[in-house]
Design a protein around this ligand. Structure first.
Ligand code: GLN
Length: 205
C-alpha cells in the first residue's frame, strides 16, 4: 500500500510518522507526478487558504478533484477537511474547494489559536464504540452534514469525524499523540477500495 501525503504546507511530517509506524509506504506529494501509483492520499492540517493556492499553482487541484470523482480514498484533517468541504464559511473569497464531503465547515469555528483545546471524542461506528483523545487547533466546526455523510465522531454534540464513501474527514489532529485508530480506519477504507478495484479487474479479464 502506498499512501500519499500532501506536503505543500502544514503538518505532513506527523502523518508520515504515523503511517510509517503502521507499516505503510508513504510518498510526499509536492507535484502532479507524485500522484502516480498512490492508493490514497492524506491532506494534513495547516492553513487551508495557503494550501488551496498551492494546490492550484502546482496543478494538483484538478487531478485530485478528478480522482475524488472516481472514488479515490482521501483523508483530510483540520485544514485538509476544510479543503474537502463542499461549503466553507469564513473562507477566503478565492479559496477553491476540492469537494468530496457534503458538509458545511466554518473555518476557525472554535475561535483563534489561543482557543485550541483537547477533548474526548465519542467514536461511534460499529467497530469503534469507544472514545479517544482529540487535539483541536484552530479547528473548523462542521455546521451541517447532508447526503450520505456518516457521522463517526462527536464532542459534546459537535460532529468532528465524518465519512462519505471513501473520503474520511476529521476536524481534529489524529496524527498528534499515540492513538492510531483513525489512521487505521483510513487504511481499512483504502484496502477495501483496492479489493473492489481488483474484483472489477477480474470481472473484466
Ligand atoms: N484554521 C486553519 C485553516 O483555516 C486550520 C487549522 C489547522 O489545520 N490546524 O486552514
Amino acid at each position: 500500500m502506498n499512501i500519499g501525503i500532501l506536503a505543500l504546507q502544514g503538518a505532513f511530517a506527523a502523518h508520515q510518522r504515523v503511517l510509517t509506524d503502521l507499516g505503510t509506504s508513504v510518498t510526499l506529494v509536492r507535484g502532479v507526478e507524485d500522484l502516480v501509483g498512490l492508493d490514497g492520499i492524506v491532506l494534513p492540517g495547516g492553513e487551508s487558504t495557503t494550501m488551496s493556492m498551492l494546490l492550484d499553482s502546482s496543478g494538483i487541484h484538478g487531478h485530485l478533484r478528478e480522482l475524488l470523482g472516481k472514488g479515490f480514498p482521501v483523508f483530510g484533517t483540520c485544514a485538509g477537511l476544510i479543503l474537502l468541504a463542499e461549503q466553507i464559511v469564513d473562507g477566503r473569497a478565492d479559496q477553491q474547494q476540492l469537494g468530496g464531503l457534503s458538509i458545511n465547515a466554518r473555518r476557525n469555528g472554535y475561535g483563534r489559536q489561543i482557543d485550541s483545546f483537547e477533548a474526548s471524542i465519542n467514536i461511534c461506528d460499529a467497530e469503534h464504540a469507544c472514545s479517544m483523545n482529540g487535539v483541536f487547533i484552530r479547528a473548523p466546526r462542521i455546521e451541517k452534514v447532508t447526503g450520505d455523510v456518516h457521522v463517526l465522531g462527536t464532542v459534546n454534540g459537535d460532529i468532528v469525524l465524518v465519512r462519505q464513501g471513501n473520503v474520511l474527514g476529521a476536524t481534529f489532529h489524529p496524527e498528534l499523540g499515540n492513538d492510531r485508530r483513525v489512521h487505521e480506519m483510513f487504511l481499512k477504507i483504502v484496502s477495501r477500495h483496492n479489493d473492489d478495484l481488483e474484483q472489477v479487474q477480474e470481472v473484466r479479464s
